[in-house]
Ligand binder design. Structure first.
Ligand SMILES: Cc1cc2nc3c(=O)[nH]c(=O)nc-3n(C[C@H](O)[C@H](O)[C@H](O)COP(=O)(O)OP(=O)(O)OC[C@H]3O[C@@H](n4cnc5c(N)ncnc54)[C@H](O)[C@@H]3O)c2cc1C
Ligand SMILES: NC(=O)c1ccc[n+]([C@@H]2O[C@H](COP(=O)([O-])OP(=O)(O)OC[C@H]3O[C@@H](n4cnc5c(N)ncnc54)[C@H](O)[C@@H]3O)[C@@H](O)[C@H]2O)c1
Length: 488
């Protein structure tokens, strides 16, 4: 076994680990980046990028089919599954390649291949070949798909996002379990690419939404195109011939059906990769799920004695906000603080922002609706405003006039607090709202900003006006604002 002594060790060369490496190197030349799997990051290999590539292909097919609505005749739209998957893989490989190229800037001596685990609080064993003695450690080990045991009955027909982007062709049918972020993004894309689909959930959850009205709007809209039951009654899953048979009670008919699918796609959440790290030897305080307790501003873990430890945790591994931009910023903070140890600094955390690339898109900004209700609902301090996209001018023009947005603000101060958005291209409005929240703008100040015409953002202005009226800081909306331009 080789012995090494380094100042800072980073476990995991994903997005969090890479930004941690760059930040840590500002403080020390003695930094090692340990990777137990493939280089290239989850985001580029099996996450953000290949999923958006599949969605882009699906959008192309959808637009071709929908062109008739504009009087444009497109006949015989045909999806060539092999060509679709070939492009997904080719572009995906390009993204992975760019990550690998940028990693070449990391000196070879600073990289170590192998699975790392704690032997004691200051010693990592890597791949059974190296013992690394370290001063500070950053856990940036990411997450992996998780599913309930009953899915194992699907055998080799059980797939996750890790498998989908390796397909050479599109299957005929897929049963998606989990109408969350991954399930709806991939499910809708597969449906638009001609794959027969059913989506099964539990407990009524749908996408990232906590606001029942927005969730209901999304449920109704998706169900017009493909079957989604957010509270499914699934009785049996069985491996069957070259597929998997699912027995379930159909949502509207109440009938018990057994249907066969090529694959069961498990999109039922992800678990942090902390269970195989030997954390029992790390001297850390763990929560009830076995994840180290940590401070979200310093990313510093707590020791078993409840004091600050020499270990930091960033990215999906800490399970707080498993999103790419959060992994990057957490990695940066953790890397910086590992270098500053034992005098960490509180890093700047942005307001929460999450976007789901379905169509209509889904987005949430700021504190979730449930948290706001808990914090402010009891004292009548929470005001809500809303607007539908049904008759929003630009959305009508584009034939994308579906969706609902709900915005929240604090009574008295008029401070904007957050939003749940379901509608066309709300990725952009979600950014505007996140930026407004960062600036701590009040609803009145937001309404005083420029609004072009005719744009989708005029729909957002409608929701802000409604919110302002409900805050009793402006007139109630009794009719459309004609001076704003038609269809605002
Ligand atoms: C299908 C899908 C779509 C997504 N789409 C989006 C999106 O559109 N936008 C968005 O913001 N986010 C998206 N995400 C989430 C985003 O991909 C993750 O939040 C982000 O990639 C997490 O980065 P990370 O560095 O924490 O983990 P990773 O990139 O997974 O890196 C962790 C690394 O640690 C390594 N590792 C694990 N254990 C050990 C060990 N013991 N020793 C050594 N190495 C180890 C792993 O091999 C891995 O390389 C998506 C995720 C999925 C699955
Ligand atoms: N656009 C994006 O930013 C994006 C895209 C994909 C993934 N991600 C990240 O990846 C994370 C994981 O995504 P995910 O979709 O796996 O998790 P998720 O938490 O969003 O959704 C999981 C869903 O599975 C359901 N579920 C749980 N057990 C089930 C069961 N037994 N049967 C049926 N349904 C069940 C849950 O109710 C939930 O709706 C996300 O939280 C997000 O942070 C982000």
């Amino acid at each position: 076994m080789q012995q090494r002594e380094v100042d800072i060790a980073i476990i995991g060369a994903g997005s969090a680990g890479l930004s941690a490496w760059h930040a840590a190197r500002q403080h020390s030349d003695s930094v090692v980046l340990i990777e137990g799997g493939e280089y290239g990051t989850t985001c580029a290999r099996v996450g953000c990028m290949p999923s958006k590539l599949l969605i882009a292909a699906a959008e192309a097919a959808h637009q071709a089919r929908e062109a008739g609505g504009f009087g444009i005749r497109v006949s015989g739209v045909e999806v060539d599954g092999r060509a679709v998957m070939a492009r997904v893989k080719e572009e995906r490989d390009g993204f992975v390649g760019r990550v690998l190229t940028s990693m070449k800037r990391i000196p070879e001596a600073d990289r170590l291949s192998g699975h790392a685990r704690f032997a004691d609080p200051h010693t990592l064993e890597v791949g059974g070949h190296t013992r690394v003695r370290v001063r500070t450690i950053i856990i940036a080990t990411g997450s992996r798909p998780s599913w309930p045991g009953m899915f194992d009955a699907a055998g080799d027909r059980l797939v996750t996002n890790d498998d989908v982007f390796e397909w050479d062709d599109l299957p005929e049918s897929v049963a998606v379990f989990g109408p969350g972020v991954i399930g709806l993004e991939l499910g809708q894309a597969l449906h638009r690419l001609g794959v027969r689909l059913r989506v099964f959930g539990v407990g009524g959850a749908l996408g990232p939404f906590r606001d029942a009205k927005v969730r209901e709007a999304a449920d109704a809209t998706f169900n017009e195109a493909f079957y989604v039951d957010p509270d499914a009654k699934v009785e049996r899953i069985e491996r069957d011939g070259e597929g998997v048979a699912i027995t379930f009670i159909e949502r509207d008919s109440g009938e018990t059906l057994t249907e066969r699918f090529d694959y069961l796609l498990a999109a039922t959440g992800r678990r942090p990769n902390v269970d195989r790290l030997g954390l029992e030897n790390a001297g850390l305080a763990l929560d009830d799920k076995g994840v180290p307790r940590f401070n979200r501003f310093t990313l510093q873990c707590r020791g078993a004695d409840d004091g600050p430890s020499h270990v930091f945790i960033a990215g999906d591994a800490n399970q707080e906000l498993p999103l790419l931009h959060e992994a990057n910023s957490e990695g940066r903070i953790a890397g910086d603080n590992a270098g500053r140890f034992p005098e960490p600094r509180a890093g700047r955390r942005n307001v929460a922002l999450s976007i789901v690339f379905t169509e209509p898109q889904m987005a949430t900004v700021g504190e979730g609706h449930a948290e706001l209700e808990r914090r402010l609902g009891g004292c009548d301090c929470l005001a809500t405003g809303e607007a539908s996209f049904a008759d929003q001018g630009r959305a009508v023009v584009m034939r994308q006039n579906r969706g609902l947005m709900r915005l929240y603000a604090e009574h008295g101060s008029g401070q904007f607090l957050g939003a749940e958005l379901f509608g066309p291209r709300v990725e952009h409005m979600a950014h505007l709202l996140a930026w407004a929240l960062e600036q701590r703008l009040g609803v009145g100040e937001m309404l005083a900003m420029p609004w072009y015409h005719p744009v989708l953002e005029e729909g957002l202005r409608g929701a802000l006006r409604d919110l302002n009226a409900n805050l009793q800081q402006g007139p109630a909306i009794t009719e459309r604002c004609m001076e704003c331009g038609p269809g605002d």
